[in-house]
Each structure stands twice: as C-alpha cells, then as structure tokens.
Write a protein of this length. Structure first.
Length: 225
C-alpha cells in the first residue's frame, strides 16, 4: 500500500498536466468543453443526438466519443450533425487526458465552438481523470435506481451539472425522486439539474439554452478557466 499510493498520485498528476494543456487548446480558441459521464446505457449518446441538431443552428459542435470498442456512438453523433471522433480505449474503463489530446489532433479546432466529450460508461473511474474540459456533467437515468448518489458519492460530488434522463419511465419504474434528490443534496447541494427525456423531448430546450449560454460566455471570454 505504501508503494501503490505514490504511483497512483504520479499517474493522476501526469494526467492533470496533460489536461491543463488540453484546456489551453480549448481556451485559446474560446471553445466550451463538456465532459459527459454516466453508467452504461444512461443515455449519453441519446442526449447528444437530441441537442446537437438544435445547437448546430448557431454553434459548430465537435464530439469525442469514448468507448472500449466500436465506433457506433461517433457514427450517431456524426449523423446528428457533429464533427465526431471515436476513441477506443481497448479495455480501459475511462478516458484520460492523453487520449483526448490525440482526439483533439483529429478535430478542426479552429472551426469549433463547442466540444462534447462522452466518457466511457462507468460511474467510478471517469471521476478520477481530468480531461481539460470546463464542465463535468453526470447523466443519471431513472431505471438505474434512486440509490446511485448514495453508492457513487465521488461521482456525484465532482460534477457541475446533473441531468436526470428517462423521466418518461417514472410511471413504470420504482424510482423515488425525493430520495434521489436527498442523496444528491447531501453530496452536491444546489448542483444545476435538468430533468429530461430523449424519448419525448421533455426538458431538452432548457438544457440546450444552458449549453448555448455557456458557450457564448466562453466565446466572449467572460468566464475564467
Ligand atoms: N425510455 C427512454 N429510453 C431512453 C432515453 N434515453 C435513452 N434511452 C434508451 O437507452 C438506451 C441507451 O441509450 P444510449 O444513448 O446509447 O446510452 P449511452 O449512455 O450513450 O450508452 P453507452 O455509450 O453504451 O454507455 C437506448 O436504448 C436508448 O434508446 C429516454 O429518455 N427514455
Ligand atoms: Mg453512448
């Protein structure tokens, strides 16, 4: 144990340095970077599919998709109108700043206003690795259960935005939203929260408006990194 801890610290320190370089690449161009995290199947790509067509009316959107295998999600993001790059981690359960750096090399950064990163579906490891994005967004979905804030406190603590997805399933799934909210509040009081459904489109306009406002503020240089 006395050996392992310094090794882990060294890895995250090296990652943090690369994340700072990624952030500088975004900041020098006024690009807003969002890091979307969630468990597998929570609806990360579905949300991207919902918001990209609306955002593309006035923003140029790039998407970096992280998955262990396949390019399915990059194909879906591209079909929605984004310039998309797929990272295959080959087994790693999270993205690291180095992977994002390589993906940034493949994107036309001078022609983007917004970068959305979809992290690998996992509620544990992605919370540990900074990527250089500006906002960490967690998608929680109704069928996962209302106990997830209690079971994954680190993830819920470390995000600036929470999206509760699949609210269309509330009548059919046992999900006590008050219990869920109490768990969230204990860890991250006042976290900006959106309740949405990709199936019905409910709540999407508010989410899109928030992304637009954040991107505009960043482009105007009004937000400090
Ligand atoms: N009922 C319902 N189903 C949804 C909603 N959003 C997504 N889904 C479904 O949930 C499943 C997973 O959606 P994805 O968008 O692929 O989820 P993901 O988080 O990107 O999954 P991974 O990238 O594999 O981790 C699909 O069958 C979607 O159609 C929603 O709001 N309501
Ligand atoms: Mg996905």
């Amino acid at each position: 144990m006395s050996v392992r801890v310094p090794v882990v610290e060294a890895i995250t320190k090296a990652n943090d340095e690369l994340a700072r370089l990624n952030r500088a690449r975004l900041d020098s161009r006024g690009i807003l970077g969002l890091n979307i995290m969630a468990s597998p199947g929570a609806g990360k790509t579905s949300i991207i599919e919902c918001i990209v067509p609306k955002l593309s009316r006035d923003l140029r959107v790039g998407v970096i998709e992280g998955d262990i295998a396949t390019s399915f999600d990059a194909e879906r993001a591209a079909a929605a109108g984004a310039t998309a790059v797929q990272i295959n981690t080959g087994g790693s359960c999270h993205l690291e700043a180095q992977m994002v750096s390589q993906a940034l090399d493949q994107l036309p950064l001078d022609a983007l206003d917004l970068l959305i990163v979809e992290n690998v579906g996992n509620l544990i490891c992605p919370a540990t690795f900074a990527l250089g994005t500006h906002q960490n967004i967690l998608v929680a979905s109704v069928p996962e259960g209302d106990d997830k804030p209690y079971k994954h406190p680190r993830m819920y603590r470390g995000v600036q935005v929470l999206i509760i997805n699949k609210v269309d399933l509330l009548p059919y799934v046992r999900f006590d939203i008050e219990r869920f909210r109490r768990g969230v509040n204990a860890l991250n009081e006042g976290v900006l929260t959106f309740e949405v459904s990709c199936t019905t489109g409910a709540g999407m306009e508010a989410l899109v408006d928030w992304v637009r406002a954040e991107a505009a503020a960043r482009r105007a240089g009004a937000v400090q990194t």
